[in-house]
Design a protein around this ligand. Structure first.
Ligand code: G3P
Ligand code: CA
Length: 252
């Protein structure tokens, strides 16, 4: 079972900041996940919520600010004084950290509330400019966005996000079409997901922060977990499997 750092190393660092990404880039993770939105002046920025209220000292909605305006706020101090001065990262800044590493990069397009016309194309352009098309997975709860990725870049791995398991999910996956399914922890234990795995779907599960939950997932055929608790989950896997097995991923 592979380990993806969720929003960077978000248990110990302010989520979706360069500090969180740099911290997880130095750990033996398989992947990293983060969220993107579009600014008023068409820059792709990395932040989870539509608004900056929860994770900065500012107030307002990302799409109503220019990048320069968003950069004026602090995205680290809310988490801890030592992180004061963190700026909102652009997609390019985050790709730069992981380019040339073996870490898979999962870009989640957060267009499920605001549509952000053109966001998929901008994301793909940046990924191509960094020559990282083989290194990324582009996912969304907005399955129209997932479908657009399949149309614009059929070779790029795309993934449909689900909060709940739906019946015949593997058939729906083919219709989008999506190469992978990213599902919530409770839905990972539902019959439609087990069936999709049996039929060959790649399934990754969010957000797994407890050893007990990771243990239950070990023999389900799930390919990876997204976790805020990166070192805790890496240690859990090392406790159960030899480093050699983990390196070769024989324990999947
Ligand atoms: O991509 C997996 C997971 O991050 C989806 O949920 O709300 O953390 O973006 P959320
Ligand atoms: Ca996410």
């Amino acid at each position: 079972m592979k380990v993806y750092a969720h929003r960077g190393y978000s248990a110990k660092y302010p989520e979706n900041t360069l500090a969180a990404f740099k911290a997880c880039a130095n750990l033996p993770i398989d992947g990293v996940e983060f969220d993107v939105h579009l600014t008023k002046d068409q820059h792709v920025v990395v932040i989870h919520d539509e608004s900056i209220n929860r994770t900065s000292n500012g107030e307002g909605v990302v799409k109503d600010f220019t990048l320069q305006e968003l950069r004026a706020f602090d995205y680290g101090a809310w988490f801890g004084k030592e992180f004061e001065g963190e700026k909102i990262p652009t997609l390019s800044e985050v790709l730069e950290i992981f380019r040339g590493t073996k870490i898979r990069v999962n870009i989640e397009i957060k267009s499920d509330i605001f549509r952000y016309p053109g966001l998929e194309e901008l994301v793909l352009q940046e990924v191509e400019a960094f020559q990282m098309t083989d290194q990324v997975v582009i996912s969304s709860f907005d399955h129209e966005a997932v479908a657009r990725i399949a149309t614009f870049a059929p070779n790029v791995e795309n993934a449909a996000l689900f909060a709940n398991a739906i019946l015949e999910i593997e058939e729906y996956q083919k219709k989008i079409p999506a190469k992978a399914l990213h599902v919530s922890l409770p839905s990972a234990f539902r019959r439609p997901i087990a069936k999709a795995i049996e039929l060959g779907s790649t399934v990754r599960v969010y957000t797994v922060n407890e050893e007990e939950h990771a243990a239950h997932l070990l023999n389900t055929g799930v390919e990876a977990i997204f976790t805020d608790e990166v070192e805790k989950m890496l240690a859990f896997l090392e406790k159960h499997f030899s480093l050699e097995q983990i390196r070769k991923r024989e324990h999947i």
